[in-house]
Design a binder for this molecule. Structure first.
Ligand SMILES: Nc1ncnc2c1ncn2[C@@H]1O[C@H](COP(=O)(O)OP(=O)(O)OP(=O)(O)O)[C@@H](O)[C@H]1O
Length: 490
C-alpha cells in the first residue's frame, strides 16, 4: 500500500511537576486523531467561558504515549522506506519546552527518534552500506557545523541545481553507540554555542542528516530537523533589535517551509526552495522520491494556550494544504465541520494574496521585511478585548459566508453545466438542414444573458466576502497596532 507523502502529527507532553505544583490546568485533550483545546476565557462583562478549538490530524498522541509508540507508528515505516531509496524528512515544531528535543533526542532516561531510527537502520542495512552523520545548525540564515567546532558553512547551488553545503563534515558510524556519541557531540556544540544574548538552541534549526552510502554512492538519506521554537517568530515585538531580526528570520523560514511542503504535496513543478536558508538546504529532501513527517509538539498548560494554538494552526495549515487522499474523505469532511476559528485568517492571509493584501505590522526596524507570520504575533486580550471580540464575531460571520459562497459556487457550476448542455443541443439543431437560425440566435442570446446574470450574482457574493476579509484584516491590524503601542512614551 502506498504510504502518504506527508504526515502531520501532534504530540502533547505531560504537565511537569512544577506546573502541577503551580496549579496549572491541563486544557488539551486528545481524542483519536483530534486535538481539543479548551481555553478558559473572559468576556467583556467579566463572565467566564470556555472556548473550544478542535483540530484533526493524521495522528495525535497524548501524554500516555512514549517515544517508542510514536516511532513505531510514524517513523519506522519511513526508516524502512529510506533503505529502499526514499528520502525521508522529519520535522519537530513547537514552542520552547513543548517536547521537541524530548521527542527527537530523548533525555537521560528515554531515547528519542534519532536513536530509535539508528537501531533500525543498523538492523536493516547490509554490510556493504556505510552510514554517516552530519549535524548542523541554521541560525539567522547562517550555517554552523555542529560536528566541527561550529565552523561556518556555505550552501551553494551547482549548475545542475543541486545544493551542496561546502565543507560540511560527515562522520562515519558503525554502531548505535557510535551514532549516539556523535549526536551527543553535536548537541554539546549546539548548547555551548549559546554565547550571545540572543542565541539559544530554540532560536536555531538543528538538522541531523544520516546518509546511507553504497560504493560511495548515496542510496538513502534521512533528515531530522528540530525547528526553532515556534514562539520565536513572535519576537518581532521584542525590544532588542537582533532578537526581532531573528524572529523575522524564523518566521520567514517557517513560511517557506510551509510553502515547500505545499508544493511537494500538490506535486507542483515549482517549489519555492529559495524562500529561506532552511528550505534551500533541504531542497534535495523535497524533490523526487521523498516523504515528510511533521510532528507538532504542544504543552498541556493553560498558560501556554496561545502558543499551543499557534502550533496547532501551523500544523493544520500544513495539513489543510494536502491533496485529498482517496481513503480520507471522512477525515476531510470532519475537518470541514471542525474549522478552527482562525482558519480564514490563516488561509486567506497567505493563500490568496490577490484577494487580500497581507497585514503588515507597523514597521519596527529597518530590516523588517514584512515576511512575518502575522498570526503568530500574540495579542493581549486584556488590552484589546473589545477589538478582539469584534474580530472573533467577524471571523464567525466570514466562516458562515465562506460556506454559503462555496455552495453558491457549486450551484453556479451545476447551472453552467446545464446551460452548456442547452448550448450543445442548440448547436446540434442549428447544424441540421433547414434549421431555424433566428431561433438559434435568440436561444444563444438568452443563454449568454443567463450566464452573465449568474456570474454577476456570484461575483456580488464574492465581492461582499472579499470586503469582509478586508474588514477582518483592518480589525486584525487594529488589534496588532493596539498591541504594538507602548503604554508609556517618554
Ligand atoms: N512526552 C513527554 N513526556 C515526558 N516528558 C516530556 C515530554 N515532552 C517533554 N518532556 C519534558 O519537558 C521538558 C521540555 O521538553 P524539551 O526540552 O524537549 O522541549 P523543547 O521543545 O525541545 O524546548 P527547546 O525549544 O527550548 O529546546 C523536558 O524536561 C522534557 O523532559
Amino acid at each position: 500500500m502506498d504510504q502518504p507523502k506527508i504526515i502531520v502529527a501532534v504530540r502533547k507532553r505531560p504537565l511537569s511537576k512544577k506546573e502541577s505544583k503551580e496549579g496549572q490546568k491541563d486544557i488539551v485533550e486528545v481524542q483519536g486523531n483530534t486535538v481539543i483545546v479548551r481555553e478558559p476565557r473572559m468576556k467583556v462583562d467579566l463572565t467566564k467561558f470556555i472556548e473550544e478549538f478542535n483540530f484533526n490530524f493524521d495522528a495525535a498522541f497524548d501524554q500516555q504515549y512514549t517515544n517508542e509508540d510514536l516511532y513505531q507508528q510514524l517513523v519506522k515505516p519511513m526508516v524502512q522506506a529510506a533503505i529502499t531509496g526514499t528520502k525521508i524528512t522529519c520535522f519537530a515544531y513547537g514552542q520552547t519546552g513543548s517536547g521537541k528535543t524530548y521527542t527527537m533526542l530523548g533525555d537521560q532516561n528515554v531515547v528519542g527518534i534519532y536513536t530509535l531510527a539508528a537501531y533500525d537502520l543498523f538492523q536493516l542495512i547490509t554490510n556493504s552500506i556505510v552510514l554517516s552523520v552530519s549535524f548542523y545548525e541554521i541560525y539567522c540564515s547562517k550555517l554552523f557545523d555542529l560536528l566541527n567546532d561550529r565552523v561556518q558553512l556555505v550552501a551553494r547551488e551547482d549548475a545542475k541545481g543541486q545544493v551542496n553545503i561546502a565543507g560540511l563534515s560527515e562522520t562515519k558510524v558503525h554502531s548505535v553507540q557510535e551514532f549516539q556519541k556523535t549526536v551527543e557531540m553535536g548537541i554539546k556544540s549546539r548548547v555551548t554555542g549559546q554565547n550571545s544574548v540572543n542565541q539559544d538552541s530554540s532560536r536555531s534549526h538543528a538538522i541531523l542528516q544520516i546518509n546511507l552510502r553504497q560504493q560511495n554512492k548515496i542510496i538513502g538519506k534521512l533528515s531530522f530537523i528540530d525547528l526553532a521554537g515556534s514562539e520565536r517568530g513572535a519576537d518581532v515585538v521584542e525590544y532588542h533589535k537582533q532578537t526581532r531580526i531573528d524572529g523575522a528570520e524564523i518566521n520567514k523560514s517557517l513560511l517557506a517551509l510551509k510553502e515547500c511542503i505545499r508544493a511537494l504535496d500538490l506535486n507542483k513543478n515549482h517549489t519555492p526552495f529559495r524562500g529561506s536558508k532552511l528550505t534551500q538546504v533541504l531542497k534535495d529532501s523535497f524533490t523526487g522520491n521523498c516523504r515528510t513527517l511533521m510532528i507538532g509538539t504542544i504543552s498541556p498548560c493553560h498558560k501556554d494556550a496561545e502558543h499551543s494554538l499557534n502550533t496547532l494552526r501551523y500544523a493544520d495549515r500544513v495539513k489543510e494544504l494536502k491533496a485529498p487522499q482517496a481513503s480520507s474523505s471522512v477525515d476531510q469532511l470532519t475537518r470541514e465541520l471542525m474549522l478552527p476559528r482562525q482558519y480564514i485568517t490563516n488561509n486567506y492571509l497567505f493563500e490568496s494574496p490577490q484577494a487580500v493584501k497581507p497585514v503588515s505590522p507597523p514597521k519596527l526596524f529597518d530590516h523588517d521585511n514584512g515576511d512575518q507570520y502575522e498570526d503568530e504575533v500574540q495579542m493581549k486580550p486584556s488590552r484589546n478585548s473589545d477589538l478582539k471580540n469584534k474580530h472573533d464575531e467577524l471571523i464567525q460571520q466570514i466562516l458562515d459566508e465562506e460556506r454559503a459562497l462555496k455552495k453558491a459556487h457549486r450551484d453556479h457550476i451545476d447551472d453552467l453545466i446545464e446551460l452548456v448542455n442547452d448550448e450543445m443541443k442548440m448547436l446540434q439543431a442549428v447544424d441540421q438542414p433547414n434549421s431555424d437560425i433566428e431561433e438559434y440566435v435568440d436561444g444563444l442570446d438568452h443563454v449568454l444573458l443567463l450566464k452573465i446574470d449568474k456570474i454577476m450574482r456570484l461575483r456580488k457574493k464574492l465581492q461582499q466576502f472579499k470586503q469582509h476579509l478586508m474588514d477582518e484584516q483592518d480589525l486584525a491590524h487594529q488589534c496588532q497596532t493596539h498591541f504594538y503601542q507602548k503604554p508609556h512614551q517618554n
